[in-house]
Design a protein around this ligand. Structure first.
Ligand SMILES: *Cc1c(COP(=O)(O)O)cnc(C)c1O
Length: 457
């Protein structure tokens, strides 16, 4: 057997072994009777390579986590250095330099007023922390009736039961409803549904009226409003105008309700600024970060909050006001070291500035898909560009979901060496920031060919 055949055999054996023992996330495993399971051997830059040497351009940053490429030499070096010192230590009663430095740096970079970092180990856990902290804050401060949360239609905040409850993507949530707390849901400011000729700003403002009314009626029961600033990512990369956040911040303050900004997906430069809240010039009471935090290397999340929140828990032990929440791997030193290396790249490479022409180039390339007879919208927010298609371009009537047209794009783009993972009938690009123009061309070509294939019958 020559080397190439041997590696091809490794790949198919690994895939077969996988399918006999592994249960994959967000997957109907029966699909793999026909869908290939792709075993990845290595990654370098924006590319993944399988065992037969086939390469795939990672246009979705491996589920939105990777910022500076796979096997990034600078993050690798930082991890190796940390590995030789300390892999992990209990984070109650003990601390370590990577966590302290990371907290200092995050506080310096985050919107003003956020002065405390509470660590967890994944995005959903960060959302749970923010929800519990907000509720607990009001209990500690003598507002026992503030027990409810307000969320936006079409929002996504993770999969654990609290995070699922404040999310609003029916596909993930419907079945579990008997297990979930009830929330108040305000209509989304998502601008896909604006009238023709209406600006994003006018539409988001109009949608804010519902939120204002809800808060006016219910604020006595509400602990916090939770939102994904500017882009509802899992909800199909639906986007809205920052004015909504400005108004929401103002209303939350006026009604005595916390604002939780879930920047797990949009943080770390995705929207064109380091944090999406900067577009609106606001500071939330809780800022949830994960995904890009470690550059896509290791699971880590953090909730930043204010002096006011911290003070509400700071008391004699016997007054039982402490936040007794923990995760085993909280503040893991390796993950913190990867996060520090990631922040270092942002500052030394001036990533936010450098991304501007890239984002403009990507949007310009994708713009040509607007003329496709089934494409209803091409939208952009910073380094996120989405292309939505429908059965009927004029009425925007959707294809029946059972037809799974997005899946055809996934398969056709893989055949072209590009990893795209449409959400329903929305194809999007959320690449690592190291992509170059030819790679962006390739992504858009693959999407174009895929949409053509997916809409031709
Ligand atoms: C991915 C995501 C989460 C959940 O993070 P996990 O690490 O997958 O648990 C929460 N909120 C938003 C906005 C996300 O995109």
């Amino acid at each position: 057997m020559n080397a190439r055949n041997k590696t091809a055999a490794d790949s198919s054996t690994l895939a077969a072994r996988d399918l006999s023992v592994v249960w994959h996330p967000c997957t109907q495993m029966k699909d793999h009777e026909s869908l290939p399971m792709i075993a990845i051997r290595s990654g370098a830059g924006a590319w993944l390579e399988d065992f037969s040497g086939r390469r795939y351009l990672d246009a979705v940053s491996s589920w939105w986590v990777n910022l500076f490429g796979h096997a990034n030499p600078r993050i690798n070096a930082a991890l190796q250095e940390q590995l030789s010192k300390l892999e992990h230590v209990i984070f109650a009663g003990f601390t370590h330099e990577p966590a302290v430095r990371l907290s200092e740096q995050l506080i310096a970079l985050a919107p003003p007023g956020l002065s405390r970092c509470f660590f967890a180990d994944n995005g959903s856990a960060a959302v749970e922390v923010a929800l519990k902290m907000s509720f607990h804050y009001w209990q500690n401060r003598g507002w026992p009736k503030k027990t409810r949360f307000v969320t936006l239609a079409n929002s996504y905040h993770g999969e654990t039961l609290g995070a699922l409850a404040v999310g609003n993507v029916e596909l993930y949530k419907r079945l579990y409803k008997p297990l979930l707390m009830e929330v108040f849901t305000a209509p989304s400011p998502d601008c896909y549904n604006r009238e023709s000729g209406e600006s994003w700003e006018a539409y988001s403002l109009r949608q804010f009226e519902h939120m204002e009314r809800l808060l006016a009626e219910r604020s006595a029961e509400v602990a916090a409003v939770i939102v994904e600033p500017l882009v509802q990512c899992a909800g199909g990369m639906r986007m809205y105008h920052p004015v909504y956040l400005t108004r929401l911040r103002e209303a939350c303050t006026r009604y005595g309700v916390h604002l939780i900004a879930d920047e797990i997906a949009v943080g770390f430069g995705r929207t064109g600024t380091l944090f999406a809240c900067e577009h609106a010039g606001i500071s939330p009471d809780f800022l949830c970060l994960s995904k890009g935090l470690t550059g896509g290397y290791l699971p880590l999340s953090v909730v930043l909050t204010t002096d006011d929140t911290y003070a509400a828990f700071y008391d004699e032990y016997t007054n039982l006001k402490a936040f007794l929440h923990s995760h085993s791997y909280t503040g893991n030193p390796l993950a913190c070291a990867a996060a520090l290396a990631t922040l270092d790249i942002f500052s030394t490479d001036d990533t936010i500035q450098r991304n501007r022409p890239k984002a403009a180039y990507l949007a310009r390339c994708a713009k040509r898909l607007e003329s496709h007879p089934h494409v209803t919208e091409v939208r952009q927010c910073g380094m996120i560009v989405a292309v939505e298609f429908a059965k009927n371009k004029r009425t925007r009537e959707a294809y029946p979901w059972q037809e799974r047209r997005g899946q055809r794009i996934y398969l056709s783009s893989l055949a072209q060496g590009v990893l795209l993972r449409p959400i329903g009938d929305v194809v999007y690009f959320m690449p690592p920031y190291i992509v170059d123009e030819s790679e962006m061309d390739l992504m858009v070509q693959a999407a174009e060919a895929g949409i053509e294939k997916a809409t031709c019958d």
